[in-house]
Design a protein around this ligand. Structure first.
Ligand code: UDP
Ligand code: MG
Length: 320
């Protein structure tokens, strides 16, 4: 008998004791509807509640279940969701990997649709949140602005409201493992990889239990991190502004100097010494800012080398 293809489900867990059972039961229910075996990888991200005990208690439930196996990876402390997810992806062995939150905000009953897209040949299937869900209006506005800025400045395009809820083909997982950078946003890296992408829309649900551990402060940090790891636009912007200042006030200063001091104000402009001083100061600020922009170019090179991303990613290599 040929064994069924395996799908790994990677779930980072941080204080989700109340959700794990519910999560598992929904997953088991879904697993019965598709002809795949599931490898469930829980990555405990240093939970301080009894998440680990609850996950261990699932052992009995899967003992005789041929369709689901469970692996529990415990990190030594809280490393954050992005790292926990990476740990799970690296440990996965399935033909495809699905990244899924433990809090049931990613509807498990849409997984068969992800799988269908994968079967159609899409190598990365991305869950896209419907915007008109509930939620904090400030966070909503924040995310709109974030996607606008990111798409302007980053080299990889992202579909707004795409989430971490994703399916990755084995190929993509193999490529993903080559990343060595430490400051990482999983979905940013996946976006960078390319491959054939499909999308599945879903309605976000409320968290089943507990509070999201991503506070607004953490989200702002995450957003800033995405911007600074994907682009040097802010620094470049300083450079552009500086160059404009330098050129404009340099010329203005020169004009004033000639007009007032060399030609004795033939047009009667009566430009004061203070104004000239202002122009000089702004000219100097322009020099400083444009130098910053120049430094940005050097940093961009260093950043690129240090991140040490693969030079290219091959999606297919065959003799024809
Ligand atoms: N999570 C984690 N480590 C953390 C914070 C969160 O592994 O430091 C997990 C959490 O258990 C959940 C997922 O990441 O499975 C998403 O977290 P959360 O629901 O808090 O974030 P949000 O829904 O706001 O993205
Ligand atoms: Mg959540």
């Amino acid at each position: 008998m040929i064994s069924k293809p395996v799908i790994s489900v990677v779930t980072p867990v941080y204080n989700e004791a109340e959700n794990v059972l519910l999560f598992f039961h929904e997953l088991a229910k879904m697993a019965r509807t598709v002809s795949y075996r599931f490898e469930l990888i829980f990555v405990d991200d240093g939970s301080s509640d009894n998440s680990v005990a609850v996950i261990e208690s699932l052992a009995d439930e899967v003992k005789d279940n041929k369709n689901i196996g469970i692996q529990l990876i415990q990190l030594s402390r809280n490393f954050g969701k992005e790292i926990a997810t990476t740990a799970g992806i690296e440990a996965s062995r399935g033909d495809a990997v699905i990244i899924l939150d433990a809090d049931l905000q990613h509807p498990i009953d849409t997984i068969p649709t992800f799988i269908e897209e994968w079967e159609k040949g899409y190598e990365v299937v991305i869950g896209v949140r419907n915007t008109d869900g509930h939620g904090n209006p400030i966070k909503k506005l924040g995310s709109e602005v974030f996607y606008k800025i990111m798409n302007r400045i980053s080299e990889t395009k992202i579909v707004p409201h795409s989430t971490d809820f994703r399916l990755l083909d084995r190929k993509v997982v193999v490529a993903f493992r080559k990343f060595t950078e430490r400051q990482r946003i999983t979905r940013g890296l996946i976006d960078w990889l390319g491959f054939k992408r499909g999308y599945v829309r879903f309605e976000t649900r409320e968290r089943a239990h507990g509070q999201p551990s991503y506070s607004t402060k953490k989200l702002v940090k995450l957003a800033l991190n995405s911007v600074t790891t994907h682009s040097l636009f802010p620094l470049r912007l300083a450079g552009y502004v500086g160059t404009i200042f330098m050129v404009f006030f340099g010329l203005a200063g020169l004009f004033t100097y000639i007009e007032v001091y060399l030609m004795a104000d033939p047009w009667g402009l009566k430009i004061t010494g203070t104004a000239l001083l202002g122009m000089l100061v702004l000219f100097a600020i322009g020099i400083v800012l444009s130098s910053l922009g120049l430094i940005a170019l050097y940093i961009a090179n260093i950043h690129g080398e240090v991140a040490n991303r693969p030079l290219y990613v091959v999606s297919k290599d065959e003799e024809i």
